[in-house]
Ligand binder design. Structure first.
Ligand code: PEP
Ligand code: MG
Length: 915
């Protein structure tokens, strides 16, 4: 069948200085395909090839894993084009062209999908390759690699679990032992012929089928395997982790092979145009002389460092690569992660993509690129350059310098290797990802360091659970380094002094033997590995902003951070407040909080438990009032501190919210056998009375029980006392010249009448206090919108309320009917089954809870067009939710102090996106 004008184009060619596609076509060609095309277009040396589109992947899955009829002709014609450019013929018995087949989705998913190299080899073409390359060992080594990859990927012989047989590696190891060699590269052509024969026999034995000798069958088998790998378990896990939709599909790239393993004038490597762990400039990475690309990433042989030795080993190739790196950075205006091969002195580019980096490096790189004139500040703020959540890493603790020095002096420094992910991590050794999962099941707070020879995609889940990752092999672009960089995990790779024995469960360094469960500490900035625990200390930003132990001029990381935050403040329109109490208020202000969005007053009550319990046990109003009033001076003291720290900024104080049994329950009485006696003494009641009252307070569903404004309605004296404490503190400060802007917030209202009831008490108390103090201050009384009824009747509530704040913790709980304290056991399964796209208690469930929020906003602003509306649930510090809040028209988000920079960055990002 020949192509017609109406056929969909599924195949895009590249190479020979031109291409059908370009870098803007990532959605269709995947990142790898689009960038191979782009590199061809700008004249860089790219082996010819073609990309089969992501659309074809969608077709493949929609049509029961089959292809459209026009595909075959399109592939055939693209194959002819490769042959023409490369001057070799696929399956030819004189000058055979070999092909690779690799996946390439829109977003890179390192190591998650399959790759097959050396397609086109069989018993006949291998001899031609031996002749044309003049290197028989190379030809048979290529052949055995093909059989191994093909067997594993296409014919299903890959070990899936640690106890599964590793057929090919086992044969290879045995053969190396038999021939008395250490490395694969030392095997002779004759040795390799035996390996090939055994590999083929193994394929037949395990699968019942022969290894296919027809090159075309090989290519189609490989293409199907690559498309098939889009739906493998680890790729699905990865996509869930990074929010990549399953519908996107992958592209497949079929490309002429070039060889880095033809001799000592050949090499293969992966490099970064600047360091992506901490952001230092300079071409760096790993390479291996006389090796194939996969050897570098797999970490089988310890690679050499580009920045250390490549310029001496291959001066011309180094110069060419450095120049290509600079061209690519200027072209893409972004740090590039490249793969290359040097074949007999000639440089070939196999891949370029925007480099993944730690949150730490992201800030430095983005600010540096602006300062170098490559990008604008607005571009520096793009989420793909500095993901808001990544800022977190800048605030992470580091090892305390004196504790580290001590550890070194005590001889605890075990080794030093490549720093691949910043931060300081201390934990107990685990050797297998599955062990990490088991330990985590037993104890969710377990601190672990995953110690491995190298990591592979199978280790992903365990890597996520560990505090840090340490590998014996691999370099800055190994799987462990890439993945940990993306996860923001502390990571050290290539610690070649470690001798890891998985069977014995030990790691030996010099004369020290450590076992699983022993503590180690790793410094992801310096690559140092210590035995035992090392204390941590604050990051540079915390030192400057909070502890004030460092001056900004001595803190280069802080300087870049503050430069970035200046740009952020220029662009965001959403205000960011803190969820904080008196003790943390100063810290919040230092992080740049523009007020307090939520002060949970109950925490103050917990520190005055005796008075609180006296109030709870009171049976008449007069006694209760007397007990409540004992709390007043303490509340007032706390509010004073809070107002002072936030002088001139709005401070939202929420009235008492939790059920009373959180202050006094059976649990408390059981824990402290003297408590009942003590309370009886204090109140003049009998111990039985105490127990009876405690019995009355118990609830079977406390989150939906006697809490929030229900408390203040039944015990108005509590509301009155809290209001008095707020206004007395405010008036006194105002008199001493401090500006105060209190906003009193009523919790858990669902009926307008509930709000009115409580607002009346607050306003009456305010009027009384103003009269007593002879001064008036502006204030607002508003409500939380945290149960669906409040959102649905927001128009009624807004008649009297002066502001709204979405309490999305409770709003999520009550909308989803999912207890915020009990959803843990099933939410992971829900995520895995794609029932929910995120944890709804972290990221606003936009189509459910978000819809209610929109109804609430519309209802409120329908009555008061300028009604101030914010959010104070945990979601206020989650970048996605912040973006949603901006779009929904909120005035502010409020979050925990450490998330303020993150929320601010997300707010600027969404504002820029909307422009
Ligand atoms: C909320 O429900 O979102 C909220 C902020 O209140 P709390 O978490 O104290 O219930
Ligand atoms: Mg709440």
């Amino acid at each position: 069948m020949s192509a017609t004008a109406t056929d969909t184009k599924y195949v895009y060619s590249f190479g020979g200085g031109k291409a059908d596609g370009d870098t803007t076509m990532k959605n269709l060609l995947g990142g790898k395909g689009a960038n191979l095309a782009e590199m061809s277009n700008i004249g860089l040396p790219v082996p010819a090839g073609f990309t089969i589109t992501t659309e074809l992947c969608t077709y493949y899955y929609d049509h029961d894993r089959s292809y459209p009829p026009e595909l075959k002709d399109q592939v055939d014609s693209a194959m002819r084009q490769i042959e023409e450019v490369m001057g070799a013929k696929f399956g030819d018995s004189e000058n055979p062209l070999l092909l690779s087949c690799r996946s390439g989705a829109r977003e890179s998913m390192p190591g998650m999908m399959d790759t097959i190299l050396n397609l086109g080899l069989n018993d006949e073409t291998v001899q031609a390759l031996a002749k044309s390359s003049g290197n028989e060992a190379f030809a048979y080594d290529s052949y055995r690699r093909l059989i191994q990859m093909y067997g594993e990927v296409v014919m299903g012989m890959k070990p899936q679990a640690k106890e599964d047989p590793d057929y090919f590696e086992d044969i290879l190891e045995k053969k190396k032992h038999e021939f008395g060699v250490e490395f694969d590269s030392q095997l002779t052509a004759e040795n390799l012929k035996e390996v090939v024969a055994q590999f083929k026999a193994k394929v037949k034995e395990v699968t019942g089928k022969d290894f296919p000798t027809d090159p075309n069958e090989q290519v189609w088998g490989a293409i199907s395997a690559v498309f098939g790998s889009w739906m493998n378990d680890r790729a699905m896990v990865y996509r869930r982790e990074y929010g990549i939709p399953h519908e996107w599909g992958t592209a497949t790239n079929v490309q002429a092979m070039v060889f880095g393993n033809l001799g000592d004038d050949c090499a293969t490597g992966v490099g970064l145009t600047r360091d992506c762990a901490i952001g230092e400039p300079g071409f760096n990475g790993d390479y291996l002389i006389n090796a194939q690309g996969e050897d570098v990433v797999a970490g089988i042989r310890a690679p050499k460092r580009i920045e250390e030795t490549l310029a001496q080993d291959m001066p011309e190739a180094y110069e060419h690569l450095d120049k290509i790196g600079k061209t690519l950075e200027r072209h893409y205006k972004e740090v590039q992660d490249i793969e290359f091969t040097v074949q007999k002195g000639q440089v070939w580019m196999l891949q370029t993509r925007n480099a993944k980096r730690t949150g730490f490096a992201a800030v430095k790189i983005a600010v540096d690129l602006v300062n170098e004139g490559l990008i604008t500040p607005e571009e520096a703020l793009q989420p793909k350059r500095v993901p808001a959540d990544g800022l977190n890493q800048l605030l992470q603790p580091l090892f305390d310098p004196s504790a580290k020095k001590q550890a070194s002096e005590d001889g605890h420094l075990l080794t030093k290797a490549i720093n691949a992910g910043p931060g300081a991590a201390t934990g107990q050794i685990v050797f297998h990802a599955s062990d990490a999962e088991e330990e985590y099941e037993k104890d969710k707070n377990v601190q672990m360091i995953l110690v491995r020879r190298e990591t592979s995609p199978e280790d992903l889940r365990g890597m996520r659970l560990a505090k840090g990752i340490l590998t014996a092999f691999g370099g800055a672009s190994s799987h462990a380094a890439l993945v940990s960089r993306q996860m923001g995990k502390t990571c050290i790779v290539g610690a070649s002094e470690l001798d890891i024995d998985y069977h014995a469960g030990t790691v030996t360094v010099g004369d020290k033997v450590l076992k699983a469960g022993d503590w180690i500490s790793i410094d992801g900035f310096t690559g140092e590995v210590f035995e035992g625990k090392v204390d941590t200390s604050a990051s540079e930003i915390i030192e400057v902003l909070i502890n004030k132990t460092k001056k900004p001029e001595d803190a280069p990381i802080y300087q870049r951070y503050s430069q970035l935050m200046e740009w952020v403040d220029k662009h965001r329109t959403l205000n960011v407040r803190a969820n904080t109490e008196a003790d943390e208020a100063e810290k919040s202000a230092a992080f740049g909080a523009e007020g307090v969005g939520l002060c949970r007053t109950e925490h103050m009550f917990f520190s005055r438990l005796d008075d609180m319990r006296e109030m709870i046990l009171a049976t008449d109003q007069a006694t209760r009032e007397a007990a409540v009033m004992k709390l007043l001076p303490h509340q007032k003291e706390d509010f004073t501190k809070l107002f002072e720290a936030m002088a001139g900024k709005p401070v939202t104080i929420r009235l008492l919210d939790p059920p009373l049994h959180e202050f006094l329950s059976h649990h408390h009485l059981e824990e402290d056998p003297d408590l009942a006696h003590k309370l009886a003494d204090m109140t003049g009641k009998s111990k039985e009375d105490i127990h009876r009252r405690v019995e009355e307070l118990a609830e079977s569903n406390p989150m939906l029980g006697f809490r929030g404004c229900r408390l203040g309605i039944v015990y108005p004296e509590i509301t009155a006392m809290q209001a008095r404490a707020i206004f007395e503190a405010a008036c006194e400060l105002k008199k001493s010249g401090t500006e105060v802007l209190p906003e009193v917030m009523i919790p858990l209202a669902g009926f307008a009448a509930e709000f009115k009831n409580q607002a009346k008490i607050v306003r009456e108390t305010a009027a009384k206090v103003f009269e007593e103090q002879g001064i008036e201050i502006p204030y607002l009384v508003g409500t939380m919108i945290e149960i669906p009824r409040a959102a649905l009747t927001a128009d009624e509530i807004a008649q009297d309320a002066e502001f709204f704040s979405f309490g999305t913790n409770d709003l999520t709980q009550t909308t989803l009917g999912m207890s915020r304290d009990d959803y843990g056991p099933f939410i992971t399964k829900y995520r895995e089954a794609d029932i929910v796209p995120n944890d709804p208690f972290q990221t606003v469930d936009q189509s459910g809870v978000g819809k209610l929020m929109k109804i609430g906003i519309e209802g409120g602003r329908g009555v008061k067009s300028d009604l101030k509306i914010g959010i104070c649930g945990e979601h206020g510090g989650d970048p996605n939710s912040v973006m949603f809040c901006h779009r929904a028209g909120l005035n502010y988000v409020s979050c925990s102090p450490f998330r303020i920079p993150i929320a601010k960055l997300a707010a600027a990002q969404v504002a820029l996106l909307a422009d």
